[in-house]
Design a protein around this ligand. Structure first.
Ligand code: 0A1
Ligand code: ZN
Length: 878
């Protein structure tokens, strides 16, 4: 661990590398505690770099064995070496070969970066800066090389020896060992390197690409789990086909491999030709996976596969450009899912997620631009802002310049930049060219943090038959950015007439397109020939990632809920009315008052359960109220999580009271049998039924709980079993304990199922949550070294249990901070992520704010803070 405070990295200080590496030959002699790595690098000075510069290679906890240049060993005096760097003061001025031998200890690697062991396999994780834990290297994404990798290991323990590209040679290596050589013809940065060795089962298939090339597909999982890899395999084939159809992108190697590992810091990794996955995002069978698991696996398989073009073939010049690959690839996986499932439902889910995670980040001390200007620890920038807001910016660009210019811009980007390490400027320039628009101001979406707030005021003039829409945008200050400037906001808008139909849009005497540009602080649009007072439908399909405050009345919104041609806004209308109610109700709770529920709101929610409603998945979205986090963000300051919880609970009870018959009828009507299928329609059906059950059990209603218990016991699929247990877990009592005990008895042997069990208990808003989480940490199923366990228990508690994490006595904060302190040295990345729970602490009421601050200051004062944890704690406190 570095004790001194390292200098931050700044975008403005980017300089090309002084040296280039054209070819990399790696030789791994696998050993649990002493793996030898020989790296032979074909290097030359970079014409764009500093002639005469010293050669400085990155390392991290490395042990050097030897260094040679063009076959001649270098003496210790010729080197300046530490575990973190290797400097050669006077390298040759022309091309040369550098050979470096290092020794590493995979078994001791608890950080899960570089080469480590998971169960009995060896695997690597190199993004962002993990390759330097394997060998000294120019570990930066703009150094692209062709890799050849020889792996040698024990044949019995490691029958499989995998790396990027294609296998070109293999055979025995004596003494029970064997070897394989892999070659990846595509130049790549070191962060895309991967190695996997072990004894795994495999599922195989093939895909014929659009130009007729045959690709072998392989999914590797633990022996005995092969039946749980079939959905992942189907998802690979679907992704390959979709990328050909939607973007004209073809796969470019003879083999594509996915490996599932149990210990992984994130979701998955797009290493060239050899994607490594958290097993949670590979394994699924009808007996063990929920509808949500099936959908997640499909989306993440797609995401990693799509990186083959957006990330691998075209990569990032430096880590500030991370959104170049991540925002774009999230956009691509969202589109894939929209095409395969319900587009409106996917949009609603994505927006819910964006608001819950990204808007929350943007509103607090960890706010940063989609493309940051400075970082202390790059691992902490794999954030909802870079990923999800990054995707929104691309979606918005498509909305703004239109589908054709967007597609042409993508084609141009692939064409022009294939094989390069690029910047956001180069990406955006492609669209400026194909659309003919000036995208200078557009760049503010990348460089300015914070969620723009748009206020809309409208006025109908019955005499003049005009409808005026006035908008104002502001973005509040964020850390390091006190002054904000207006951004280009595309607002897709409709005017809905009294008959529910869209009215023609006439502006300045001519028909207008529905996408309006709000590029100034204020904008005024006057619609003409408006025969009757319309209801405006603003930001259809969530055309921009902004917070909207409009003067559209509840009554008009509920009209839109029933009539808008835009399904997103039909859903949004009910959410907005519910949110307005919940904010008022939370304030009233604190004053000891009650807030009556508008019967029209209950009616709008009730329509979700109407027998006529055909789209169950959509209806389920309408029926699920804004979350406690949504309400807290709307309140924005002096937040009391208990009052919010109470207000939301009261609304659920009121809805139950008003809608009891409709809910019971829907619950009965939506019963089903037949074999399980995770398709979108079946999943939607189940989700609507569970939404009915959740409301029926509101307030711990005995009949509702009895229904949930019956469903739990009779469940024939994992979705019903987990969701009924989740409903039961919200209400203290015998049913809850019975279901939880039963679940542990049935599935105690399956870690991924026990993760669901951990998560449900950790997120239950009951006063015993802290004790329970502490108790579960001591249970045999828990393992502090496995990030999935930690996230399911402590992560879920911190980020998914607002009342108990924010206990007024501070015990919730102490619990999460305590675990982060424990993980600080063993797995700093996971420790830092857990602290994301504190990202909204400044918005809390004074007592809680004080206690959260105490917990953060306690961490800040710890000796030996990792760069990861120190960075988060410092920014959170700044
Ligand atoms: N590029 C991956 C995300 C990722 C980042 C860092 C990791 O290190 C532990 C792992 C994965 C993606 O976007 O899927
Ligand atoms: Zn990604």
């Amino acid at each position: 661990m570095r004790a001194e405070d390292p200098r931050p990295v700044r975008l403005s200080e980017y300089r090309p590398s002084d040296f280039l590496i054209d070819e990399v030959h790696l030789d791994f002699r696998l050993d649990p505690n002493a793996t030898q790595v020989t790296a032979r690098l074909r290097m030359r000075p970079n014409p764009a770099g500093d002639a005469g510069a010293a050669l400085k290679l990155d390392g991290d906890e490395l042990k050097l064995v030897s260094v040679a240049i063009d076959g001649a060993k270098l003496d210790a005096e010729a080197l300046d070496v530490s575990p973190e760097s290797l400097v050669i003061a006077n390298p040759p001025r022309g091309a040369f070969e550098l050979e470096i031998v290092t020794e590493i200890d995979p078994e001791a690697n608890t950080r899960l970066m570089g080469l480590y062991r998971s169960n009995r396999s060896y695997c690597t994780q190199c993004e962002a800066e993990g390759f330097r834990r394997i060998t000294y290297f120019l570990d930066r994404p703009d150094v692209l090389a062709v890799y050849t990798t020889r792996i040698e290991g024990p044949a019995d323990e490691c029958p499989l020896l995998l790396s990027n590209g294609e296998m070109i040679e293999n055979g025995p290596a004596g003494e029970g060992r064997h070897y394989a050589v892999w070659r990846d013809p595509w130049p790549k940065p070191s962060y895309l390197f991967a190695l996997v060795a072990g004894d795994l089962g495999v599922v195989e298939d093939r895909f014929v690409t659009m130009s007729g090339r045959d690709v072998a597909l392989k999914v590797f999982v633990e022996h005995g789990q092969e039946h749980r890899a079939l959905h992942a395999m189907e998802s690979i084939k679907a992704s390959m086909k979709w990328d050909e159809e939607a973007f004209g992108r073809e796969y470019d190697l003879g083999v594509f491999m996915v490996v599932a590992v149990s210990h992984f810091n994130m979701g998955a990794m797009e290493n060239k030709g050899l994607n490594v996955f958290n097993d949670k995002y590979v394994l699924a069978s009808p007996e063990t996976a929920t509808d949500g698991d099936y959908a997640n696996i499909e989306a993440i398989i797609a995401h990693e596969y799509f990186h083959n073009w957006t990330g691998d073939r075209i990569t990032c010049r430096d880590w500030f450009q991370l959104c170049l690959k991540e925002g774009l690839t999230v956009f691509r996986d969202q589109e894939f899912t929209s095409d395969r499932r319900s587009r409106p439902v996917k949009r609603i889910q994505d927006v819910r997620n964006l608001r819950a995670l990204q808007f929350a980040e943007d509103a607090g001390p960890l706010a940063h631009p989609v493309r940051p200007q400075i970082y202390h620890e790059i691992n902490n920038f794999y954030t909802p802002t870079v990923y999800e807001k990054g995707a929104e910016v691309i979606r918005m660009l498509k909305t703004w310049i239109g589908e054709d210019a967007f597609r042409a811009g993508m084609d141009l980007y692939f064409d022009r930049h294939d094989g390069q390490a690029c910047t956001i400027e180069q990406f955006v320039a492609c669209f400026a060219e194909t659309s003919g628009r000036d995208l200078t101001q557009w760049m503010r979406w990348y460089d300015q943090a914070g969620t723009p707030e748009v206020t809309v005021r409208t006025a109908y003039d019955a005499d003049a038959k005009t409808f005026a829409v006035e908008t104002q945008q502001i973005t509040r200050p964020t850390p390091g950015q006190p002054e904000k400037r207006p951004v280009v906001i595309p607002m897709t808008l409709g005017l809905v007439g009294p008959d529910g139909a869209d009215m023609p849009l006439i502006v300045g005497g001519a028909p207008a397109e529905p996408v309006f540009t709000l590029a100034e602080e204020t904008t005024r649009i006057v619609f003409e020939n408006v025969a009757e007072r319309p209801v405006p439908s603003l930001f259809r399909n969530f055309s921009a990632p902004v917070k909207l405050d409009s003067d559209v009345s509840d009554e008009d919104l509920l009209f839109l809920a029933g009539h808008d041609s835009d399904p997103f806004n039909r859903w949004q209308a009910v959410q907005t009315v519910a949110l307005r109610h919940l904010v008022a109700a939370a304030a009233a709770v604190r004053e000891g008052r009650e807030t009556p529920v508008d019967p029209r709101l209950a009616e709008a929610v009730g329509r979700a359960f109407d027998p006529e409603e055909r789209d169950c998945a959509f209806a389920a979205q309408v029926a699920s109220l804004p979350s406690e986090g949504d309400i807290a963000r709307e309140i924005a300051q002096d937040v009391d999580p208990d009052a919010i919880h109470r207000a939301r609970d009261d609304l659920k009870r009121a809805l139950r009271a008003r809608l009891a018959d409709a809910l019971s009828a829907a619950y009965a009507r939506l019963a089903y049998d037949g074999p399980y299928s995770p398709d979108a329609a079946s999943a939607g059906h189940r989700s609507l039924r569970i939404a009915a059950l959740d409301l029926l059990a509101a307030g711990g209603d005995a009949e509702g709980l009895a229904l949930a218990m019956t469903l739990y016991k009779s469940a024939e699929n994992m979705t019903d079993r987990v969701m009924s247990m989740q409903v039961l877990s919200l209400h203290a009592g015998a049913e809850r304990e019975e279901a939880l005990a039963d679940f542990a008895g049935r599935y105690g042997h399956d870690p991924l199922l026990m993760d669901k069990w951990f998560l449900i208990q950790a997120s239950a808003p009951l006063p015993d949550a802290v004790d329970r989480v502490e108790g579960l940490m001591a249970s045999p199923a828990f393992d502090m070294r496995n990030p999935n366990r930690v996230r399911s228990l402590i992560g879920a508690f911190g980020s998914g249990n607002p009342t108990q994490f924010n206990r007024p006595d501070g015990r919730g904060y102490a619990l999460v901070a305590g675990v982060a302190a424990e993980l600080n040295s063993t797995n700093p990345q996971v420790a830092a992520r857990l602290l994301g729970a504190f990202r909204t602490w400044r918005a809390l009421e004074p007592n809680r704010r004080g206690r959260a601050e105490t917990a953060l200051r306690g961490l800040a004062g710890m000796p030996n803070l990792s760069p990861d944890v120190r960075d988060i704690v410092r920014r959170a406190l700044s």
